[in-house]
Design a protein around this ligand. Structure first.
Ligand code: ATP
Length: 610
């Protein structure tokens, strides 16, 4: 099967896969550079300097020992040169230490900046994606893996930088070693290769395991949230769900533990074996150098230099080889990260998009509109044919699941119709500028968000450009009757809402609804859409809210979704939906006279009040 750039192997990752994934690194470095050009440049420079230190230290060490041996037994001792060498070694040691610390510091600062930068990129990209992409579990797995990368990849950063640094260090040391005895290099390779292969094998197993666990890991996070969160605490207590939740957590986490520990134990066993091989290689080389020195073919200084170089090289090589698997591993994980950015929204701004008409002239026409949610075969809306005229107040009624909210989402282009089309002033809705369309629709959904932010911000989200415009926020609050609430709050409009953060105040369901309603009045939207805006309001508040709504939307188009017929009857026209299709349409009086579904539901509700 042909593999595209982001096809991630789920089972074993071959050496070829690893090498291929390294092509992600330039893109990765571009991101690092974008996070902070200056710190990236500093980090590179420091590492290059640092890479020359091992061989320099070893060589000065060799000179010192040779000088000590030369001076030993001589009567006239000129120690001048010797002390100079010692001073030089001391300076190099201090410098190396300083470099190490600066490298760690730059890496950690750069890592933080990288993590922040990439998190922002993820959020920005996620914001461009379609709603149905968010409703897809495969997408969530991708998003989750991309999120993990923002933290995990800072490790990759130091690993790649370390790799470059060690590579240069090795080049220096190998040059020294070759100058004295080229055969030692061969011995070194023989000792290291088995360990590299072992590392590589286990890393690929680790990756495959961790990848296959992504959905469970998401579930684990979700269960952890259910078990300990302010939003769930109420129901967990009332329904006595604690054991149910912790048992689910235990089942999942036990499985994780069992899978992970099995692999870790095998890895540790093989790791020990390969490391013994490495040590054997080192001692074989050491013996060889000692023998050479005893035979008088090397000086004692060279012995220490060679043994030191060999030890360092073997350490560096082992480190580099095992790091190669980590780096290539990281580069493979980058597939997920890059893969996330390659998900493209279908609903986008088109070139040559036309501006939203102001004012709307002929209104909306639904032409045989049908819609199926992603990965479903059921039609949430089907055969919708109706007109929505400018200035008209439309009410959507129907039983749960009849397709009312879906219809509104189609109007706002949160989805595009699966079949048919929606016209606005004679042109397909898809031809209009998306931002302009959304700006001209003021929609409050039934599952609006209760932002854990200030009262002012909670209203201003309806038109976030005006977040600092307190006068406008106050006006919107007056219109939705949320202003009386502000008077009760200790910090007025600056009062933090919700209990998540310090000093936050929790509101009642109806109070929250008034705050959410105010969002609709934050802008001069031409079409106001309220999806069950008053479900949590008491009878008086509902009456007042609708009086206001009627006044404020005079001449404006509005769509109301409501299960309360007292609300629906205020509309100019009522559309009755059933299983996604349009069953009846007319004024309250017409529909009652028709004696159909509307009349049936109306009388059912009215009976409840008798
Ligand atoms: N995100 C979704 N993915 C898949 N199916 C969905 C999704 N949202 C809604 N549906 C389905 O589409 C149908 C219509 O849902 P919709 O939310 O439009 O109904 P509604 O009339 O607004 O209901 P209610 O009165 O309960 O709010 C329902 O059968 C529902 O199960």
């Amino acid at each position: 099967m042909a593999k595209n750039r982001n096809t991630i192997p789920t089972e074993n990752i071959t050496f070829k896969d690893r090498l291929a994934s390294l092509k992600n690194l330039p893109g990765f470095f571009k991101l690092v550079w974008q996070s902070s050009p200056s710190k990236t440049a500093i980090s590179f420079t420091l590492r290059i300097l640092r890479s020359a230190m091992p061989v320099a230290l070893l060589y000065v060490g060799k000179l010192i020992i040779d000088e000590v041996v030369a001076l030993n037994g001589h009567t006239s001792k000129d120690l001048h040169y010797l002390w100079e060498l010692v001073a030089l070694e001391f300076a190099l040691a201090v410098f190396t230490d300083g470099l190490n610390r600066m490298i760690n510091l730059t890496d950690s600062l750069l890592g933080d900046l990288f993590s922040n930068y990439t998190s922002m990129r993820i959020m920005k990209h996620a914001a461009t994606l379609d709603l149905d992409q968010f409703e897809d579990s495969v997408f969530y797995d991708k998003l989750e893996r991309a999120r993990q990368q923002t933290v995990g990849r800072t490790v990759l950063l130091s690993q790649v930088m370390g790799q470059i640094q060690d590579f240069i260090s090795m080049a220096f040391l190998i040059t020294g070693l070759i100058a004295f005895n080229p055969w030692l290099i061969l011995l070194l390779l023989l000792a290291i290769i088995p360990s590299f292969l072992g590392e590589s094998y286990f890393n690929s197993k680790n990756y495959a395991l961790s990848r296959s666990q992504t959905p469970e890991r998401r579930e684990l996070d979700y269960v952890r949230y259910l078990g300990a969160s302010d939003e769930t605490a109420k129901e967990v207590k009332i329904f006595g769900l604690a054991d149910f939740i912790t048992n689910r957590f235990k089942t999942l986490s036990d499985k994780f533990y069992a899978d992970n520990s099995r692999l870790s134990i095998r890895r540790a066993g093989w790791g020990t074996f390969f490391s013994v091989l490495g040590t054997m290689g080192y001692y074989a080389a050491y013996g060889f150098i000692i023998y050479d020195t005893v035979q008088g073919r090397s000086t004692v200084g060279s012995l220490t230099f060679l043994a030191g170089s060999f030890r360092q090289l073997s350490g560096l090589m082992e480190m580099m080889l095992s790091r190669f698997t980590i780096v290539s591993q990281g580069a493979i994980y980058l597939n997920d990260f890059i893969g996330f950015f390659e998900i493209k929204p279908k609903i986008t701004k088109t070139e040559n998009a036309i501006p939203f008409p102001n004012p709307i002239k002929n209104g909306f026409i639904f032409e045989n509109v049908g819609f199926q949610y992603h990965n479903t075969t059921r039609w949430a809306n089907r055969n919708l044919n109706f007109e929505f005229k400018p200035g008209e107040k439309l009410a959507l009624v129907g039983e749960n699941g009849a397709g009312k909210t879906t219809l509104v989402k189609l109007l706002a282009r949160l989805y595009d119709p699966t079949e048919g089309r929606i016209l606005l002033d004679g042109k397909d809705l898809r031809e209009y500028d998306l931002d302009d369309l959304r700006y001209n629709l003021g929609i409050i959904f039934q599952d609006y968000i209760r932002y854990q932010m200030s009262f002012q911000q909670n209203i201003a989200v309806g038109n976030i450009k005006e977040v600092d415009n307190l006068d406008l926020v106050k006006k919107a609050a007056q219109e939705s009757l949320a202003d009386q609430l502000a008077l009760k709050l200790t910090n007025g409009y600056q009062q933090a809402l919700g209990r998540k953060f310090n000093d936050g105040v929790e509101l009642s369901g109806g109070e929250w609804q008034k705050v959410a309603l105010a969002r609709a009045y934050m802008k001069e939207a031409q079409v106001l859409i309220l999806d069950e805006p008053t479900a949590a309001l008491d009878a008086r508040a509902e009456y007042e809210v609708f009086q206001r709504f009627a006044e404020l939307t005079k001449g404006k188009s509005a769509v109301l979704i409501s299960h309360r017929f007292s609300t629906a009857r205020l509309a100019d026209r009522i559309l009755v939906l059933d299983k996604g299709t349009l069953l009846e349409s007319g004024t309250h009086a017409q529909l009652l006279a028709a004696n159909g579904r509307y009349s049936e539901l109306f009388h059912l509700q009215a009976m409840g009040y008798q």
